[in-house]
Ligand binder design. Structure first.
Ligand SMILES: [Cu+2]
Length: 357
């Protein structure tokens, strides 16, 4: 009986150490290796089917209305936004299936044991306290158990981390993102779309468009559903951060540096984000809106911007001196009348390797 108590106390202490020291970590071994992407690739397929019906080139671009509760915050919400990218789904699963249950179990167990100790071993009930100091068995246990728990959690955790930094595929759509005080600039060098500027919509216009104020913008980033997007992100003045919660995407926009990140949106819709690095007085007024469209509608959008959805031929995708060379070649060839072709990719450093920070 005594040794059983010892064991329970040791376990509690070791779990307490895990809970306190590594609030980020915990895990249940049982479920760890399952389901990498528990979500829904289905909508993408459905969309593909719908778009296949429409003859290519027929569609025209009409800005889409957002879906309430999707891609934007909800009142009194405490959960992550519904995830629409494979990495986001994986992270969502990791949090909800592994981290939260483990954190909850450890917290409740430690709380229960504390209460038990407080009442059972208070001075009145336990007038002659034990004078035990070292106990090798307990010490081994309270070291080994946290180590085991962390080792188990490390597996899905590191897998998720690696997934986020996987290099983009060759078919990825490249978008150059530049953070300015206080708006965003987007350019599609391979489609010959020079940089255009994306600014917050004033309240009346946002409401008129049925969009949330502080998140709605005049010119969205528009991407095709199901296709990987490679973002090359930089800052023009100070450090900004490009973040879209529904894609599990966040990357700093640092002047003089080209950071790279990727996402694949599996669901048509409008997804909002915000600059997530304090960048000056209007930091809270440079929202991000990403519109995910079926491929034919995305192509229509590209054409409406004076670009070529199939890609500008003069620009070999993987060429080493790439983006800087693309722009001059692209602009005259594909978009002589492009209204928004300006400075853009000239400053783009050749596709930099992902910087991990
Ligand atoms: Cu900013």
């Amino acid at each position: 009986m005594k040794s059983l108590k010892t064991l329970v106390i040791a376990a509690a202490l070791s779990l307490g150490a895990v809970g306190a020291g590594h609030a980020q970590a915990p895990a249940t071994p049982a479920e760890a290796p399952v389901a990498t992407a528990p979500a829904n690739p289905a909508p993408a397929a459905a969309d593909a089917a719908t778009t296949a019906a429409a003859p290519a080139g027929d569609a025209t671009y009409v800005p889409m209305k957002p879906t309430p509760g999707v891609g934007q915050p909800v009142d009194a919400g405490i959960d992550f936004q519904p995830q629409v990218s494979p990495v986001g789904e994986q992270a969502y699963w990791f949090n909800h299936v592994i981290l939260l249950p483990v954190i909850t179990i450890i917290t409740l167990l430690v709380l229960g044991l504390l209460l038990w100790v407080v009442f059972r071993y208070r001075a009145k009930a336990n007038p002659v306290p034990s004078k035990t100091t070292h106990n090798t068995f307990i010490e081994i246990i309270w070291t080994a158990i946290p180590v085991l728990i962390l080792a188990v959690i490390a597996v899905p955790s590191i897998r998720l981390l690696a997934q986020q930094y996987e290099p983009p595929s060759k078919e990825a759509l490249t978008i150059k993102v530049t953070g300015y005080q206080w708006y965003w600039g987007y350019a599609y060098p391979d489609q010959g779309i020079g940089e255009y500027v994306s600014k917050i919509l004033p309240k009346d216009k946002a409401e008129a468009a049925g969009e949330p104020y502080h998140l709605a913008v005049d010119n969205r980033m528009v991407v095709p559903v199901g296709r990987q997007v490679k973002l090359i992100i930089t800052g023009a003045d100070v450090i900004h951060s490009f973040a879209v919660p529904a894609f599990w995407t966040k990357m700093d926009a640092v002047p003089g540096r080209a950071n790279e990140t990727t996402f694949t949106a599996n669901k048509v819709g409008v997804y909002y984000g915000q600059c997530s690095e304090l960048c000056g007085v209007d930091h809270g007024y440079m929202p991000i809106a990403v519109e995910v469209l079926p491929v034919d509608k995305w192509e229509a959008w590209v054409r409406s911007k004076g670009g070529n959805p199939a890609g500008v031929e003069a620009a070999p995708a993987a060429a080493a001196p790439a983006p800087a060379a693309d722009a001059p070649a692209a602009a005259p060839a594909a978009a002589p009348a492009a209204t928004t072709t300006e400075a853009a990719p000239a400053a783009a450093p050749a596709a930099a390797p992902a910087t991990k920070n």
